[in-house]
Design a protein around this ligand. Structure first.
Ligand SMILES: *Cc1c(COP(=O)(O)O)cnc(C)c1O
Length: 464
């Protein structure tokens, strides 16, 4: 191991607590406890400042698709920084990394999704999408088509626009979200909300809420529907197979635009380049970020179909970011896409590692604490429950048990996240079958410890 000249952990934690405000965190409480300091990483493993090695079951934040330690990306960044570290694309100029990346994305994206508008992140790209779909309808002579339909418990980022498209109650409760003109329908979460319906019937019912909402608003007022092919931050919620075909039928029938937020599902996560291909849907716009650069550089964007791009192009679109198409980020993304493609990483997920994960992760369903253990491609989740048969919730507040489970997982050197009382993973796409097995061993140990803890504390109890 390389020796690193790092100050002691406690010293770093004190500085972090004093000055660094963490996203989505109660910072005072974290400051008292001390954040775990990640110092380096290789493949699917992180190392912390005390030398402990963790399996990164979350690929960072769903983004490190090709795994850590790929020096080719560092070389691409260094080369680009020496040659042209920055230039903009606002005023009749362009540069090679941005145009090459746009062309590459047009080649990889399905159908006539042939045009790319770059952003620095997924949130920014969704803000672009809000303005773009409204401007599209304005140019079509239908400016009253402004409302965007999204979903409760969807996640589309944390800017004012992205947070409004998202349906996270905790986010809407702070800072005046959602902004006007965005409405939400229910999610296709059969395990949690399906009651006595079959998954197939429930999927249809939830899709038909889109049609009901369009009729309620008047189709002439609706610009677009946005959704993640598989909900990520909402808890890796895999929709019933009936859901997306019915959504596509409704979108086609009413002629509204479909935005697939592929920030997580893009770049191989489902075993296809894009989740839309995995579900056979035809979006007009796809939001991308995260796996686009495997997280090695911050970059996002929107991939846009011919019709929308050509319409938008008729007039000046008064929108853009200083770092739209940043040359270093674009060069790194290009190198990442080259590796994904030339090493057949996505094919291997579809034909080998995803089936292996489905089988290994699925075996956790026999655990007394687990109500369902599901996966799609390289994203997977567990529902924790005090009563498998009835899919009951815990008597304790939602998230209490999930948090306990996550603490044990962290202690077992497995990064697994909790969303309420669901446990979720989305490991790097390059994870080996042996590492999947090791991950599942640690997850099972974590579940055993959690169950013991719940019995000890009287928490293994269903809500009334
Ligand atoms: C992470 C995420 C975003 C936001 O991306 P940022 O880069 O964090 O702004 C948007 N949509 C989905 C589906 C995401 O998972």
């Amino acid at each position: 191991m390389t020796l690193r000249n790092t100050p002691p952990t406690a010293e770093l934690q004190a500085l972090d607590a004093a000055h660094h405000m963490h996203p989505f965190t109660a910072n005072t409480a974290l400051g008292k406890k001390g954040a775990r300091i990640i110092t380096h990483a290789e493949g699917v493993r992180l190392t912390d400042s005390d030398g402990a090695e963790l399996i990164d079951g979350m690929a960072g934040l769903w983004c490190v698709n090709i795994g850590y330690g790929r020096h080719e990306l560092a070389e691409a960044a260094a080369r680009q920084m020496r040659e042209l570290p920055y230039y903009n694309t606002f005023f009749q100029t362009t540069h090679v990394p941005a145009l090459q990346l746009a062309a590459k994305l047009a080649e990889l994206a399905p159908g006539d999704l042939n045009h790319v508008f770059f952003a620095g992140s997924g949130s920014e790209a969704n803000d672009t999408n809000i303005r773009m779909v409204r401007q599209y309808w304005a140019l079509k002579g239908q400016p009253e088509r402004r409302t965007i339909i999204a979903r409760h418990n969807g996640y589309h980022g944390s800017t004012m626009g992205g947070g409004s498209l998202g349906g996270m109650a905790g986010m809407h409760a702070q800072g005046g979200l959602p902004i006007p003109g965005i409405v939400h329908i229910d999610q296709p979460y059969w395990y949690g909300e399906g009651g006595d319906m079959t998954p197939a019937d429930f999927g249809l019912a939830r899709a038909r809420q889109l049609e009901e909402k369009i009729i309620e608003l008047g189709a002439e007022n609706v610009a677009a529907f946005i959704a993640e092919p598989v909900q990520g931050a909402g808890g890796v919620i895999i929709p019933p197979e009936t859901y997306w075909p019915e959504i596509q039928r409704i979108v086609d029938k009413y002629g509204i635009l479909l935005i697939a937020d592929e920030v997580i599902t893009g770049f191989g996560r489902t075993g296809y380049w894009f989740g839309s291909q995995s579900y056979g849907i035809r979006p007009h716009i796809m939001t991308i970020a995260k796996g686009l650069s495997s997280g090695y550089q911050p970059i996002g964007g929107s991939i846009i179909c011919d019709e929308v791009a050509q319409t938008i192009g008729q007039d000046e679109f008064n929108h853009g970011y200083t770092y739209s198409g940043h040359p270093v980020a674009a060069a790194v993304a290009l190198e990442n896409l080259r590796i994904l493609q030339e090493e057949d990483i996505i094919d291997r997920v579809r034909t080998h590692t995803a089936p292996h994960l489905a089988q290994a992760w699925g075996s956790l369903a026999d655990h007394p604490l687990v109500g369902e253990a599901v996966s799609r491609g390289m994203m997977a989740s567990l529902a924790l429950t005090p009563d498998k048969a009835s899919r009951a919730r815990f008597a304790a507040d939602a998230g209490t048990v999930g948090y306990i489970c996550r603490e044990y997982s962290f202690g077992n050197n497995l990064v697994m996240r909790h969303v309420g009382d669901r446990m979720i993973i989305a490991p790097p796409l390059v994870i080996s079958a042996a590492d999947i097995d090791e991950l599942v061993i640690r997850a099972r140990k974590t579940l055993d410890q959690t169950l013991d803890h719940l019995h000890r504390e009287g928490l293994f109890q269903a809500a009334a």
